[in-house]
Design a protein around this ligand. Structure first.
Ligand SMILES: Cc1ncc(C[n+]2csc(CCOP(=O)(O)OP(=O)(O)O)c2C)c(N)n1
Ligand code: SF4
Length: 285
């Protein structure tokens, strides 16, 4: 098991003081340590955004990709070597906006990966535009008279699209969030933890005091019951916001388990010494 010191590189985060990204990072590192993931067997992919800088701040392998493209990068890593622990850590704009197509299709594949979304309901890095999870009526520099659309419901989306471990955490409830991420890392299949987080600089509505008044831990809920999970995700938002594990389906086969070519050994270990692509290269010269 890696210690927190071993998971902490020299780089220090450049986030604004008070940003929820700090506590999410802390929960993430603690979860990686507690779940016993070896740093040299772990990859964290991200997109572009404040939160997407996270791979720089955890001493595992990391890949900061293009905006919304953390998931395909992670999928590539997982299929090249399915023995790796692969995570995606990215913002709500990255995930439910520009990367939405990748998000939906990757959920239904049920790859054995973990997805942590830093959901601050705003585009932080680009100075505060409305995001897909911004609430109706939310005013920002891109919607000065208020958002007209209904926000996406990440928990519902993840369940409908086929994820098999779906949770909602809160950045300021560090230990609870760590537990949810540990559960996600131990789950054999696609796990999603949407994390509510304050952006102290640009989101003046969904602040830490706003969340502190509303969040409560889910109790007496059957995590195997998909319908109940979706009802809980749908019905409660506003005065009361449930956080915890909504849905857990344990027995669905993973995508990797369905690929016969990698059943015996990871793709990266296949012998390719007898593969000659020179003719193919000449054809497209
Ligand atoms: C293709 C493309 N479009 C737009 C951008 C500009 N851009 C960079 S980060 C970002 C939004 C980030 O918001 P979010 O993913 O919610 O993360 P946060 O910064 O809030 O953590 C945008 C629009 C980009 N880098 N690439
Ligand atoms: S702009 Fe918002 S999300 Fe970005 S670092 Fe600052 S507080 Fe965090």
């Amino acid at each position: 098991m890696a210690s927190i010191a071993e998971l902490t590189p020299k780089e220090t985060p450049t986030w604004c003081p008070g940003c929820g990204d700090f506590t999410i990072l802390s929960s993430l590192k603690n979860a990686i340590a507690e779940a016993g993931l070896k740093p040299e067997e772990t990859v964290i992919a991200s997109g572009i955004g404040c939160g997407s800088k996270a791979p720089h701040y955890v001493k595992t392998y990391g890949f900061e990709s293009l905006h919304g493209r953390g998931i395909p990068a992670a999928t590539g890593a997982k299929l090249a070597n399915h023995k790796l622990n692969v995570l995606v850590v990215a913002g709500d704009g990255d995930t439910y906006g520009i990367g939405c197509n990748h998000f939906m299709h990757t959920m239904r594949r049920n790859l054995n990966m973990t997805f942590v979304i830093q959901d601050n309901a705003i585009y932080g890095l680009t100075k505060g535009q409305t995001s897909p999870t911004s609430q109706q009526g939310f005013k920002s520099n891109s919607t000065p008279t208020g958002v007209l659309e209904e926000p996406v419901n990440p928990v519902r989306w993840a369940i409908i699209a086929g994820a098999t471990y779906v949770a909602r955490g809160y950045a300021m409830d560090i230990n609870h969030l760590k537990e949810l991420i540990v559960g996600a890392l131990k789950h054999n299949g696609m796990s999603v933890v949407d994390v509510l987080q304050p952006c102290v600089t640009y989101n003046k509505v969904n602040t830490a005091p706003w969340y502190n008044e509303r969040v409560y831990h889910i109790k007496d809920h059957n995590v195997k019951d998909k319908e109940a999970a979706m009802k809980l995700a749908d019905n409660e938002w506003g005065d009361k916001i449930p956080i915890g594990l909504f849905y857990h389906e344990k027995d669905k086969p993973t995508y990797e388990e369905g690929i016969p070519q990698i059943a015996k050994q990871p793709l990266k270990d296949h012998d390719i010494s007898n593969v000659d692509i020179s003719k193919l290269l000449l054809k497209y010269k």
